[in-house]
Design a protein around this ligand. Structure first.
Ligand code: ADP
Ligand code: ZN
Length: 307
């Protein structure tokens, strides 16, 4: 049977991607800079329209930066809502693509899409609770619980939790909304301010990493205690570029949990806390996963990428 043609959009703070897939095979990936909504969404409309003219796709998935409105009972459903990004607050996304193409459209955060791809086609298959965390320009997390993207009032905003700081750490943090929330302390730009150098240039022995690993471990422990995930996948420039960071995060998380959650000891954390499976394709496949979910509710999952 022919693989379904699925379109995707990845909406990021600095760039967006229009995507086209046959099943889980990405056949087109075009980058568009994030400028104004009119210009950027207009260019994405044109790209999707060109692919549609060649052969219609059966669904669209949109993985977006947040916050976004996901409660159908609210007027902001399908919108990018309170972002500080100039021009992008209160911008309708979901309805725009439903009207343009008349096919099912999945809309969620980029990280929830990535968690869904890990669940549908990756190592989170068979879990009943899995999380995808990105540590990059920002910190964000999405969750899939019982095969469904976790939603409620809106969607998880895991990066903005406030966590316990290490003694003597007085850094004020860089989050424009919260100062020293986790994103304000341990995102790439926060690390750069703390160390006075870009995160990618800071050596493994620099003391800033002790704070960063401890702070991210606080979130890992919090997630183990609240959402009971069988897998927490890490993506984003910071953990991908500094692969020795995950072992430090695991060790610290094991200390914080102190053996209370019986199956979650240091050895178990080796498999629970893991690098994201799809690397640079996590975001694109996340958008395609949202398209597939909108189309089928994942009743008959597609074959995994490369499978
Ligand atoms: P985004 O979050 O914008 O999608 P990335 O996930 O690539 O993009 O994250 C970008 C951030 O990751 C930047 O703050 C950058 O400094 C940081 N980063 C990129 N490479 C590395 C690296 N090798 N080590 C540590 N930090 C890195
Ligand atoms: Zn914050």
């Amino acid at each position: 049977m022919a693989e379904p043609r699925l379109a995707g959009l990845e909406l990021g703070g600095t760039k967006c991607f229009a995507l086209l897939a046959e099943g889980t095979r990405l056949i087109e990936r075009v980058s568009v800079p994030t400028t104004t909504p009119e210009e950027t969404l207009g260019r994405l409309d044109d790209l999707l329209g060109g692919w549609w003219a060649q052969a219609p796709f059966v669904a669209i998935g949109i993985g977006s930066f947040g916050p976004i409105g996901l409660d159908p009972a609210r007027g902001d459903h399908g919108f990018i809502t309170t972002t500080p990004k100039p021009g992008w607050a209160n911008v309708e996304v979901l309805g725009r693509y439903e009207r343009l193409f008349g096919v099912p459209v999945g809309f969620d955060t980029d990280v929830t899409g990535a968690a869904l791809a890990e669940y549908l086609w990756g190592p989170a298959a068979g879990t009943t609770s899995n999380i995808y965390l990105t540590i990059g320009t920002g910190i964000g997390g999405g969750a899939v619980v019982n095969g469904t993207p976790l939603r409620g009032l809106l969607h998880p905003e895991m990066g903005h939790v406030r966590i316990r700081r290490r003694a003597g750490d007085g850094f004020a943090g860089v989050c424009p909304s919260h100062g020293d929330c986790l994103e304000g302390l341990a995102s790439g730009p926060a690390i750069a301010v703390r160390a006075g150098a870009k995160a990618e240039t800071i050596g493994e022995d620099h003391p800033v990493w002790d704070d960063v690993a401890a702070e991210i471990a606080e979130l890992v422990a919090m997630l183990v205690l609240t959402l009971s995930p069988q897998r927490i996948a890490f993506g984003g420039g910071v953990p991908v570029g500094q692969p020795w960071l995950l072992p430090r995060i695991r060790a610290r998380a094991a200390d914080i949990l102190a053996g209370y959650v019986a199956p979650v000891d240091a050895a178990a954390l080796e498999t629970i806390v893991a690098p994201a499976a799809f690397g640079a394709d996590a975001g694109p496949l996340g958008a395609i996963a949202l398209a597939d979910h909108a189309r089928t509710g994942n009743v008959t999952p597609l074959s995994p990428p490369g499978g």
